[in-house]
Design a protein around this ligand. Sequence first.
Ligand SMILES: Cc1cc2nc3c(=O)[nH]c(=O)nc-3n(C[C@H](O)[C@H](O)[C@H](O)COP(=O)(O)OP(=O)(O)OC[C@H]3O[C@@H](n4cnc5c(N)ncnc54)[C@H](O)[C@@H]3O)c2cc1C
Length: 423
Amino acid sequence: MELTEGTLMAQQLDTTVCIAGGGPAGIMAGLILARAGIDVVVLEKHADFLRDFRGDTVHPSTLNLLDQLGLGEAAAKIDHSELSVLDAVIDGIRLRAVDFTILPAPHRYVTLMPQWDLLNMLVEEAQRQTSFRLVLEATAHSEIQENGRVVGIEATTPDGPLRVNAALSVAADGRASAVRDALGLVPADYGVPIDVLWFRVPRPTKPMRDTLANIRGGSALVTIPRPGYFQCGLLIRKGSFPEFQKAGIEAFRNKIAATAPRLRDVTHEIASFDDVKLLSVQINRLPEWSVPGAICIGDAAHAMSPAFGVGINYAIQDAVALANTLVPVLRKKGTDAAAIDAACAAVQRRRTLPTVLMQRMQRVAHRLINRATSGVVLHNPPRLRERFVIAVVLPRVRPILARIVGYGFRPERIAPGILKPRA
Ligand SMILES: Cc1cc2nc3c(=O)[nH]c(=O)nc-3n(C[C@H](O)[C@H](O)[C@H](O)COP(=O)(O)OP(=O)(O)OC[C@H]3O[C@@H](n4cnc5c(N)ncnc54)[C@H](O)[C@@H]3O)c2cc1C
């Protein structure tokens, strides 16, 4: 696909909805709005979607939405892996934490696929609609105000400044959202005790069972199986990355091997700390998602922790809620300002509770991880109380976890009548 297709000269554009940010939230919102026949412009600051690892997990809720959009087959063609269970190996004991096979067909698994491939596929579909315009290398920096109302977004492009006039502006430009800052919206931050160091290693020649979490000797490592390699994330105390760098790459490799001994033969592939990317984990949420004429969605409204890998899916759920709420309003009332603002408030009302509940769960997970990395979580062999938890409590919790992780709280479906027939 030629991504520069649809790229426009820097100038002034008029549209109904202007979205800043071509991540999962912005592209999905743009696609559904365009498929609903609403004119939409998406501004993305990068020239393409091929960037560092930013999370790969596409959960059953999103897979169901892709089916609704008629994109199930296209998604299945992307090189991916499917995980139907999530196992953790804790101090040598394998536990099944989540089992997606209890979910209804067809998607009884989490799919792991490069985020850029997913976004490229969604953009390709969106660009079939004449109502969709994507402007790459357009960095949104401020809103346009008229009489106390946001009436568009200003961006810089290699060709000069770009002004997009819109009835609604959407900040979907991620957790460091410049548009949100320009709107004067400030998220409330919930302290997170951990950061994640992301890197990849080839799969060892000796086959290794898919394991999501490896916890051993006070160290926790996430291993996400991908075709040919493992995407790994070492959970570390917040702010402690410089200590790892000071100790050197050999000490880092040894820590990985000690946490997941089966990776010992491949840790030399981590050549230096240039191969290791720090994710400063955040959990935050805007008290108000919208101002007259503009709304924040996805990470711009609520940065999620990587715990349970739900960030992409929650961003996409916001996009669906936005389209479901806004499309009927735009169709019935045109660009009536009060109706648009009421729709934005309704989107926040709908998505706040699912976000709050998931963020609470993530904070509990952080506390557990913190405990796991500061002492023994599970004795080997397990003690009586631990055996009770494994044999009695876990099997009861497992199906609940599968639903919550797989769908999130209040999963969204594209409402009937929103999508026009595919172009
Ligand atoms: C290292 C890492 C690992 C992660 N792992 C996972 C995981 O395994 N599973 C999971 O579900 N989530 C994961 N996440 C979180 C997940 O990536 C986010 O929750 C999700 O991408 C949020 O989607 P979004 O569209 O709201 O924002 P983003 O994905 O951040 O997209 C924002 C987009 O806006 C663009 N942009 C930014 N500023 C501007 C601007 N001023 N003007 C125009 N465009 C702009 C960016 O280039 C980007 O394309 C991870 C995140 C990171 C960083």
